[in-house]
Design a protein around this ligand. Structure first.
Ligand code: LUB
Length: 238
């Protein structure tokens, strides 16, 4: 473990790892589990500073991973980007793999926030699914941590770390919404919620990937609008 420099708090080794990994209790069921957070009696300025530092590091890493991928990004470059020593970065994330896992976890941490925002709009389940996917599309275009997490998932075979399992949480979430839509008579007869959920996830994954490769996602919104119209017309009852 490298020595922390002056930017880091000595004795805070237990904080290494991702910010969302601080809890140890059992995870509640359901997709996009939010890990429990250790609560404190009052604000801890050192803790807050460490959290801010980690976010800066993760954002810099996400920019580099998005542009160059895992293999062509070094911890030294991440450190240079945030004006820290490599040792200070290693203090928070002991390996490039730990940094990578933390970035991918931040990707998935975005979705509970989107889900809460869309759910608060109070639409029916099918409309909720449509709006969630439209919101995800904007994040694939604009959110550097989402973009980095997506590229890193594609590079899984090159990364010697256990990344969160991709695709399953979105499939679970959409299958649940479509099952509710079915119960309300909103689904076309014969449409199976889970099969339709898998198709939606595959379609969105494919759309964002193709748009990324061909146009750096500049056309993702239009392309997803086309595909979503086709798919939701197929699954919605007349
Ligand atoms: C989504 C990606 C990219 C699925 O859920 C995931 O893991 C995803 C990254 O791995 O697309 C499409 C909703």
């Amino acid at each position: 473990m490298p020595e922390p420099d002056h930017r880091s708090r000595p004795g805070a080794g237990a904080e290494t790892g991702s910010p969302s990994r601080t809890g140890t209790g059992p995870e509640p069921p359901g997709p996009f589990r939010v890990r429990p957070i250790v609560t404190r009696r009052g604000p801890d300025p050192q803790q807050e500073r460490a959290t801010r530092t980690r976010l800066l590091v993760l954002t810099a890493a996400a920019e580099l991973f998005t542009a160059r991928g895992f293999r062509h990004t070094s911890v030294q470059e991440v450190a240079d980007r945030v004006g820290m020593t490599k040792g200070a970065v290693y203090f928070h994330y002991p390996t490039k793999e730990a940094l990578t896992v933390a970035v991918v976890e931040q990707h998935y941490a975005r979705w509970p926030l989107l889900l809460a925002a869309v759910t608060a709009e109070g639409h029916g389940p099918l409309e909720t699914a449509e709006r969630l996917l439209a919101g995800a599309v904007l994040a694939f275009r604009d959110d550097i941590l989402v973009r980095a997490g997506t590229r890193l998932q594609v590079e899984r075979p090159q990364i010697d770390a256990e990344l969160p399992t991709p695709y399953v949480d979105w499939t679970e979430l959409l299958a649940g919404l479509l099952a509710r839509a079915e119960a309300l008579g909103e689904l076309r007869a014969g449409i199976r919620p889970r099969a339709a959920a898998r198709s939606l996830v595959a379609a969105l994954f494919g759309t964002q990937h193709i748009s990324d490769v061909l146009h750096e996602r500049a056309d993702i919104v239009e392309h997803w609008a086309e595909t979503a119209e086709l798919l939701f017309r197929a699954i919605r009852a007349d």
